[in-house]
Write a protein that binds this ligand. Structure first.
Ligand code: 5IU
Length: 450
């Protein structure tokens, strides 16, 4: 048997492939999860792997070795020990203090580096590592991955000008398992079916509001889409103003151009239920939903108390409320929410230096998909099509300093369903003109992706 195949069978026995239902970084589900970490506990296999990798790129070609954290770290270390080529360590996140250095080790600007990745899917995490290494003045000469999930990652990396090779491809690996009768036929057929049908370049497809409505079971999610389609507006305006009169004035002007108005009721100095009655009436007359950006973030019992008590009595008037699920899935279960109130989780924030990383985001998406009260999530990336995607941090005049993004980018790049806009509207000298400008740009951006 070919050396490579034999090697694969020995690592397969370590449990590197798990079958089930897994949520990947993007929130999409996959029936397989591949994890090369167990090899780190088998020194002989690690050395064998290093020799196989060296057949792809001869060691005289590079001066440094780096592994994409964490899974590729032991592999990169083994390669370094075998070849006597120095290792550099890429941090997953900076230490948060001191030099904020992302690369550790001894190196000089201009040296060329071999980069090792364990599994390549879309190539996104690899691209982030490339940026960090190049920032240090190093040159990425070659990249090797152990397994290519054949989901477009290799092409994405090649398209931006890098040389990349993979030791195994997913199809090849399934063939090996099939040829050696390792898995029952049903599982093999399912895997072939999965890679044939789902392993497209970009697994999350842009779907229309009509299609999305079919995916969303929550009443309020469906209602939001209906309003959007009727008004041809995917705008949610955040009226972060501190006096109710100002808020009502703007709602009267722009209410018929938006699908939602978002409030922070706790910043309103003269909050009253007569204000709530008026805005609620306006929301019915002008057809928009009311969102309270409460960002509940506590343990379940406190979230429950905050929802059902307090001076703002939010459950009596909101349609949608935002939640952080930092306290885990139970924090948003059994909150005794009426069926006409939906939750929006916060997967990712728009602010520079926000602390929510890929791992956290993946877990929030998973929780969101499994809680029927959740209609969608806030994020700055594509998410599973069973969730509505809300994206804040939007302005037409964006620049590096303010970190705002143009609507065209979020609809085209993230497939956002709704954009949340604050200052651009409530600080505008002509909000009526500005809202129409945003509405038409955002609607055209949505339509252009379909
Ligand atoms: N908001 C963000 N970013 C986020 C989340 C919420 O800006 O990641 I989660 C809120 C804050 C503000 C509104 O209420 O959305 C955006 O207002 P501006 O467009 O003025 O930045």
């Amino acid at each position: 048997m070919e050396k490579k195949k034999k090697f694969f069978l020995s690592i397969y026995n370590l449990g590197i492939i798990k079958f089930g239902n897994f949520t990947l970084k993007s929130g999409i589900n996959s029936p397989i999860y591949i994890d090369f970490r167990p090899i780190a506990s088998k020194p002989k296999l690690l050395i064998e792997l290093s020799h196989l990798l060296l057949e792809l790129v001869p060691s005289n070609k590079f001066e440094l070795i780096c592994g994409v954290p964490y899974a590729a770290l032991p592999i990169a270390t083994a390669l370094s020990l075998i070849t006597n080529i120095p290792l550099i360590i890429k941090r997953k996140e900076n230490k948060g203090y001191g030099t904020k250095q992302m690369i550790e080790g001894i190196y000089k600007k201009g040296q060329n580096c071999l980069l090792i990745e364990d599994v390549i899917t879309s190539g996104d995490s690899l691209l982030k590592t490339i940026v960090d290494i190049e920032k240090e003045g190093l040159i990425i000469k070659n990249i090797i991955s152990i397994l290519d999930r054949e989901q477009g990652g290799i092409d994405n990396i090649k398209n931006v000008g890098y040389k990349i090779q993979s030791l195994f491809r997913i199809k090849e690996v399934i063939n090996i398992l099939n040829d050696n009768d390792i898995l029952d036929k049903k599982k093999i057929d399912y895997l072939y079916f999965f890679i044939k049908n789902k392993n497209k370049k970009d697994q999350i497809k842009k779907i229309s509001y009509e299609e999305k409505k079919k995916n969303i079971s929550h009443l309020i999610g469906k209602k939001l889409i209906d309003i959007t389609l009727k008004k041809k507006s995917n705008l949610i305006v955040s009226l972060d103003l501190v006096y109710s009169e100002k808020i009502l004035e703007l709602v009267s002007l722009i209410g018929d151009k938006v699908c939602g108005i978002k409030l922070h009721s706790d910043i309103i100095n003269d909050f009253s239920f007569s204000f709530i009655n008026t805005i609620k009436k306006l929301s019915i007359k002008k057809e928009f939903l009311l969102l309270e950006d409460k960002k509940l973030c506590d343990i379940n019992s406190t979230n429950f108390l905050q929802l059902h008590n307090g001076v703002h009595k939010i459950l009596s008037w909101i349609d949608i409320i935002t939640v952080h699920v930092i306290a885990g899935e139970h924090s948003i279960k059994n909150l005794d929410l009426p069926s006409n109130i939906g939750l929006i989780t916060i997967s990712e924030m728009s602010s520079i230096g926000q602390l929510l990383d890929d791992n956290y985001i993946r877990k929030v998406l998973n929780i969101s998909l499994n809680n029927p009260k959740v209609i969608g999530t806030v994020a700055q990336r594509k998410v599973d099509n069973r969730l509505l995607l809300f994206t804040p941090g939007i302005q037409l005049s964006n620049n590096d300093r303010n970190n705002y993004t143009h609507p065209n980018i979020v609809f085209k790049k993230y497939y956002s369903d709704f954009i949340i806009i604050g200052k651009a509207i409530y600080k505008s000298i002509d909000p009526v003109k500005t809202i129409e400008e945003y509405r038409s740009i955002a609607w055209n951006a949505y339509e252009s992706v379909l």
